[in-house]
Design a protein around this ligand. Structure first.
Ligand code: OFO
Length: 169
Protein backbone atom coordinates (compact mmCIF):
# COMPACT_ATOMS: atom_id res chain seq x y z
CA UNK A 1 0.00 0.00 0.00
CA UNK A 2 1.32 3.42 -0.96
CA UNK A 3 1.73 6.09 1.70
CA UNK A 4 0.01 9.39 1.01
CA UNK A 5 3.41 11.06 0.62
CA UNK A 6 4.54 8.59 -2.03
CA UNK A 7 1.20 8.64 -3.80
CA UNK A 8 1.31 12.45 -4.05
CA UNK A 9 4.89 12.43 -5.28
CA UNK A 10 4.11 9.77 -7.92
CA UNK A 11 1.06 11.74 -9.03
CA UNK A 12 3.28 14.78 -9.50
CA UNK A 13 5.50 12.64 -11.70
CA UNK A 14 2.42 11.58 -13.71
CA UNK A 15 1.87 15.26 -14.41
CA UNK A 16 5.49 15.78 -15.39
CA UNK A 17 5.43 12.87 -17.86
CA UNK A 18 2.14 14.12 -19.33
CA UNK A 19 3.62 17.60 -19.71
CA UNK A 20 6.72 16.11 -21.34
CA UNK A 21 4.49 14.30 -23.81
CA UNK A 22 2.67 17.56 -24.61
CA UNK A 23 5.92 19.54 -24.87
CA UNK A 24 7.34 17.08 -27.40
CA UNK A 25 4.06 16.95 -29.29
CA UNK A 26 4.27 20.75 -29.66
CA UNK A 27 7.86 20.42 -30.90
CA UNK A 28 6.75 17.81 -33.45
CA UNK A 29 3.93 20.03 -34.65
CA UNK A 30 6.24 23.05 -34.98
CA UNK A 31 8.86 20.99 -36.84
CA UNK A 32 6.24 19.56 -39.15
CA UNK A 33 5.38 22.97 -40.59
CA UNK A 34 9.04 23.95 -41.17
CA UNK A 35 10.61 23.07 -44.50
CA UNK A 36 12.80 19.95 -44.52
CA UNK A 37 12.45 18.72 -40.95
CA UNK A 38 10.65 15.41 -41.54
CA UNK A 39 13.18 13.44 -39.49
CA UNK A 40 13.02 15.82 -36.54
CA UNK A 41 9.22 15.78 -36.77
CA UNK A 42 9.13 11.97 -36.53
CA UNK A 43 11.66 12.04 -33.70
CA UNK A 44 9.46 14.28 -31.55
CA UNK A 45 6.19 12.47 -32.37
CA UNK A 46 7.94 9.29 -31.22
CA UNK A 47 9.36 11.03 -28.17
CA UNK A 48 5.90 12.29 -27.25
CA UNK A 49 4.49 8.75 -27.50
CA UNK A 50 7.27 7.48 -25.23
CA UNK A 51 6.45 10.04 -22.56
CA UNK A 52 2.84 8.93 -22.65
CA UNK A 53 4.05 5.38 -22.01
CA UNK A 54 6.11 6.65 -19.05
CA UNK A 55 2.99 8.35 -17.71
CA UNK A 56 0.82 5.24 -18.16
CA UNK A 57 3.35 3.03 -16.38
CA UNK A 58 3.13 5.34 -13.36
CA UNK A 59 -0.67 5.46 -13.43
CA UNK A 60 -0.93 1.67 -13.52
CA UNK A 61 1.64 1.30 -10.72
CA UNK A 62 -0.09 3.80 -8.41
CA UNK A 63 -3.48 2.10 -8.86
CA UNK A 64 -2.09 -1.43 -8.57
CA UNK A 65 -0.52 -0.52 -5.23
CA UNK A 66 -3.78 0.63 -3.74
CA UNK A 67 -3.39 4.32 -4.51
CA UNK A 68 -5.34 6.56 -6.86
CA UNK A 69 -3.68 8.02 -9.95
CA UNK A 70 -5.21 11.41 -10.58
CA UNK A 71 -5.22 12.60 -14.18
CA UNK A 72 -3.88 16.14 -14.05
CA UNK A 73 -4.68 19.39 -15.84
CA UNK A 74 -1.75 20.43 -17.99
CA UNK A 75 0.06 23.69 -18.73
CA UNK A 76 0.21 24.67 -22.38
CA UNK A 77 3.69 23.86 -23.66
CA UNK A 78 5.93 26.17 -25.72
CA UNK A 79 4.40 26.26 -29.19
CA UNK A 80 6.96 28.07 -31.32
CA UNK A 81 10.75 28.17 -31.43
CA UNK A 82 13.31 30.56 -32.88
CA UNK A 83 15.32 27.77 -34.42
CA UNK A 84 15.86 24.05 -34.46
CA UNK A 85 18.79 24.52 -32.08
CA UNK A 86 16.41 26.07 -29.52
CA UNK A 87 14.12 23.04 -29.80
CA UNK A 88 16.92 20.65 -28.90
CA UNK A 89 18.18 22.92 -26.10
CA UNK A 90 14.68 22.86 -24.63
CA UNK A 91 14.59 19.09 -25.04
CA UNK A 92 17.82 18.66 -23.04
CA UNK A 93 16.74 21.18 -20.40
CA UNK A 94 13.46 19.34 -20.01
CA UNK A 95 15.07 15.92 -19.68
CA UNK A 96 17.49 17.22 -17.03
CA UNK A 97 14.50 18.51 -15.08
CA UNK A 98 12.82 15.10 -15.33
CA UNK A 99 16.02 13.39 -14.14
CA UNK A 100 16.13 15.66 -11.07
CA UNK A 101 12.54 14.84 -10.32
CA UNK A 102 13.14 11.07 -10.66
CA UNK A 103 16.19 11.34 -8.37
CA UNK A 104 14.09 13.16 -5.76
CA UNK A 105 11.49 10.41 -6.00
CA UNK A 106 14.10 7.69 -5.56
CA UNK A 107 15.40 9.51 -2.49
CA UNK A 108 11.90 9.86 -1.08
CA UNK A 109 11.15 6.17 -1.62
CA UNK A 110 14.19 5.32 0.50
CA UNK A 111 13.38 7.75 3.30
CA UNK A 112 9.80 6.36 3.33
CA UNK A 113 11.20 2.80 3.27
CA UNK A 114 9.03 2.00 0.24
CA UNK A 115 11.28 -0.55 -1.47
CA UNK A 116 8.69 -1.64 -4.03
CA UNK A 117 8.47 1.93 -5.32
CA UNK A 118 12.24 2.20 -5.15
CA UNK A 119 12.50 -0.92 -7.28
CA UNK A 120 9.86 0.34 -9.74
CA UNK A 121 11.72 3.64 -10.14
CA UNK A 122 14.94 1.98 -11.29
CA UNK A 123 13.40 1.64 -14.77
CA UNK A 124 13.03 5.44 -14.86
CA UNK A 125 16.59 5.96 -13.61
CA UNK A 126 17.91 3.92 -16.55
CA UNK A 127 15.53 5.57 -18.97
CA UNK A 128 16.70 9.03 -17.90
CA UNK A 129 20.36 8.12 -18.39
CA UNK A 130 19.45 7.07 -21.92
CA UNK A 131 17.32 10.16 -22.64
CA UNK A 132 19.99 12.52 -21.36
CA UNK A 133 22.61 10.83 -23.47
CA UNK A 134 20.47 11.11 -26.62
CA UNK A 135 19.63 14.77 -25.91
CA UNK A 136 23.28 15.63 -25.31
CA UNK A 137 24.44 13.83 -28.46
CA UNK A 138 21.88 15.64 -30.61
CA UNK A 139 22.80 19.03 -29.09
CA UNK A 140 26.50 18.36 -29.72
CA UNK A 141 25.82 17.44 -33.33
CA UNK A 142 23.79 20.60 -33.89
CA UNK A 143 26.51 22.71 -32.36
CA UNK A 144 29.01 21.20 -34.80
CA UNK A 145 26.66 21.78 -37.74
CA UNK A 146 26.03 25.45 -36.92
CA UNK A 147 24.60 27.21 -39.97
CA UNK A 148 25.75 24.60 -42.47
CA UNK A 149 22.69 23.72 -44.56
CA UNK A 150 24.00 20.42 -45.88
CA UNK A 151 24.95 19.40 -42.33
CA UNK A 152 21.39 20.17 -41.26
CA UNK A 153 20.05 18.14 -44.18
CA UNK A 154 22.07 15.13 -43.02
CA UNK A 155 21.11 15.66 -39.37
CA UNK A 156 17.43 15.54 -40.27
CA UNK A 157 17.88 12.59 -42.61
CA UNK A 158 19.85 10.55 -40.07
CA UNK A 159 18.32 11.52 -36.72
CA UNK A 160 16.27 8.34 -36.33
CA UNK A 161 19.27 6.17 -37.13
CA UNK A 162 21.76 7.59 -34.66
CA UNK A 163 22.98 5.05 -32.10
CA UNK A 164 20.83 5.42 -29.01
CA UNK A 165 17.94 6.93 -31.00
CA UNK A 166 17.53 3.91 -33.27
CA UNK A 167 17.35 1.49 -30.32
CA UNK A 168 14.78 3.52 -28.38
CA UNK A 169 11.65 1.50 -27.99
FE1 OFO B 1 11.88 11.67 -21.06
O1 OFO B 1 11.15 11.60 -19.39
FE2 OFO B 1 9.89 10.41 -19.17
O2 OFO B 1 10.65 9.61 -17.72
Amino acid sequence: MLSKTIQDALNKQVQMEAESSQAYLAMASWAEIQPGLQGVTEFFYKQSDEERVHMLKLIRFINERGGFAMIPALEQPLLTFQSIIRVFEEFLKHELKVSDSINDLVHLSLTEKDYATHNFLQWYVNEQMEEERVARTLNDKLEMIGDDKSGMYLFDRDILNYPGVAEKK
